[in-house]
Design a protein around this ligand. Structure first.
Ligand SMILES: Nc1ncnc2c1ncn2[C@@H]1O[C@H](COP(=O)(O)OP(=O)(O)O)[C@@H](O)[C@H]1O
Ligand SMILES: [Mg+2]
Length: 276
C-alpha cells in the first residue's frame, strides 16, 4: 500500500520542490521506498537531484502519451532508495502537447493504478511535485493522490491562492476523489524571533488549526547550497537546521500514515490452501 501525496500550492517559490526532494530523502533515510513524480514541466526536481537530460529515457511526457510502459519512465536515483519519474519537457511544442494531453485529468491515476495491477508499486510513499498553478496537471495530481501537503512561505501568505486550492480540494472531495485528505499545511521559511514569521504561524494555526504540521521548516541558506549541489540537504549536511526539520517532518508523516489493511499472516494462508 502506497501513500500518494501531492505537494501543492498555486503560488511559486513557497518550497514545493524543496519539500518534495528533502521529504523524499528523509523518508528514504527512515528506510521507506519513495517514488517522486516531477509533474512540473519546469523540471526543478529532476535537475535538483542531478538527473541530466541525456540520462532520461522517458518521463512525464510518455506517462501522459502512453508511448512507453509506465515503469520505463522510472529512474532510480544514485542515492538513497528513491525512484523518479522525471519531467522531460524541453520545447514549447512539447509543453503545449503535454498541456493538451493533461486535459485527460484521470490519466495519472489510471497509470498509477496500472502500476499497482502489475505488482510494481513497491513504494511506501509517492510524492508528486506540482506546478505553481491550478492547471490540469495539478488537478490530475489531486485526483490521483491520497492526500495533499501544502507548503506556505512564512511572511508572504498568499491566502487568495490558498483559498482557491482549498476550494478545488473540496470540489474534488465531493466528486471524483472523496477520500482525498489534507496531509497538512507546512510552514516554511520560518525565521525565529521575527514578527512576520510569528504572525504568519499564528494566523495559520488560527485558520487551519491542527491541519498545520507541528514541524516547521526554518529559513536556512543551506537549502539553496544543497540544491546547487543537486542533492537533498540531508546528504550534504545532516546537522543543518532544515535537515533536522525535514527528518522530523518525515517522522510526523510516517506516524500518521494509516496502517495497511489487515492481511492474514502467510501461515494462515498456507492452512487455508491445504484446507481447500
Ligand atoms: N527553508 C528554506 N530556507 C531557505 N531557502 C529555501 C527554503 N525553502 C526553499 N528555499 C529556496 O526558495 C526557492 C523556492 O523554493 P522551491 O522549492 O523551488 O519553491 P516552489 O517549488 O514552491 O516554487 C528555492 O531557491 C529554494 O532553494
Ligand atoms: Mg517548484
Amino acid at each position: 500500500m502506497s501513500r500518494i501525496i501531492a505537494i501543492s500550492n498555486p503560488k511559486g517559490g513557497v518550497g514545493k520542490t524543496t519539500t518534495t526532494i528533502n521529504l523524499a530523502a528523509s523518508l528514504a533515510i527512515a528506510e521507506k521506498n519513495v517514488l517522486i513524480i516531477d509533474l512540473d514541466p519546469s523540471g526543478a526536481v529532476s535537475s535538483g537531484v542531478g538527473l541530466q537530460r541525456e540520462n532520461i529515457r522517458a518521463g512525464i511526457f510518455e506517462l501522459f502519451s502512453g508511448a512507453v510502459r509506465l515503469w520505463d519512465t522510472i529512474h532510480p536515483l544514485n542515492f538513497l532508495s528513491i525512484d523518479l519519474i522525471p519531467s522531460n519537457v524541453y520545447t514549447t511544442e512539447q509543453d503545449t502537447r503535454l498541456a493538451e494531453m493533461a486535459k485527460n485529468r484521470i490519466r495519472l491515476k489510471r497509470q498509477l493504478n496500472g502500476l499497482v495491477s502489475v505488482g510494481k508499486m513497491n513504494y511506501d510513499y509517492v510524492l508528486i511535485d506540482t506546478p505553481p498553478m491550478l492547471n490540469d496537471l495539478t488537478i490530475g495530481a489531486l485526483l490521483a493522490a491520497d492526500s495533499v501537503l501544502v507548503p506556505l512561505q512564512c511572511g508572504y501568505f498568499a491566502l487568495k491562492a490558498l483559498d482557491r486550492l482549498m476550494e478545488i480540494v473540496e470540489r474534488i472531495k465531493k466528486s471524483a476523489n472523496p477520500t482525498l485528505e489534507m496531509e497538512g499545511i507546512l510552514l516554511n521559511f520560518y525565521e525565529k524571533g521575527t514578527r512576520a514569521s510569528l504572525k504568519s504561524a499564528t494566523l495559520a494555526w488560527e485558520i487551519f488549526d491542527d491541519l498545520v504540521f507541528k514541524t516547521i521548516i526554518p529559513k536556512n541558506a543551506a537549502v539553496g547550497y544543497a540544491a546547487f549541489q543537486h542533492k537533498p540537504l540531508a546528504l550534504v549536511d545532516i546537522t543543518a537546521p532544515a535537515s533536522k526539520a525535514y527528518l522530523a517532518l518525515a517522522e510526523e508523516i510516517i506516524r500518521k500514515t494509516p496502517e495497511p489493511a489487515f492481511l492474514p499472516p502467510p501461515e494462515n494462508q498456507v492452512e487455508v490452501h491445504f484446507a481447500v
